[in-house]
Write a protein that binds this ligand. Structure first.
Ligand SMILES: [Zn+2]
Ligand SMILES: [Zn+2]
Length: 131
């Protein structure tokens, strides 16, 4: 079954598109739908100036202002992965929980190649140290 793709970044709490030496990874996490009004999406509260407050400890519905703590929202989210495996070259799709695990010493979302069953990782973004 093909994964649903985001139409815009606004639908995602997380999005990355990167290439590795021999592979490629696109990964995204859809926002959670508001469990209360079923109409809005849960996102970080908007600070003055219109930017989301990424350090906030909760999410808020942009429609009805219903709030949920970070852990409750993030536990229910899934990382969707579209990859070209860097081990075997297989292209496929995978999902993994929206929880970073330490893999090869780096906090990462870890997924498994559907063909060779080797693990792939999506390491934490570190824009400051990007080459
Ligand atoms: Zn709502
Ligand atoms: Zn593979």
């Amino acid at each position: 079954m093909a994964l649903k793709r985001p139409q815009s970044m606004d639908e995602c709490v997380y999005f990355t598109n990167r290439t590795t030496e021999t592979g490629r990874i696109m990964a995204w996490v859809f926002r959670k739908e508001c469990p209360k009004c079923k109409n809005g999406i849960m996102g970080k509260p908007i600070k003055k100036g219109g930017k989301p407050d990424k350090k906030a400890d909760h999410y808020v519905c942009y429609k009805c202002s219903y709030e949920e703590p970070n852990s409750q929202v993030e536990d229910s989210l899934t990382v969707n992965v579209d990859y070209k495996c860097q081990h075997c070259g297989n292209t496929g799709e995978a999902t993994t929980p929206y929880q970073r695990k330490t893999f090869e010493g780096v906090p990462s979302y870890v997924f498994e190649c559907g063909k060779c069953h080797k693990k792939g990782k999506i390491a934490e973004d570190s824009p400051d140290s990007e080459k």
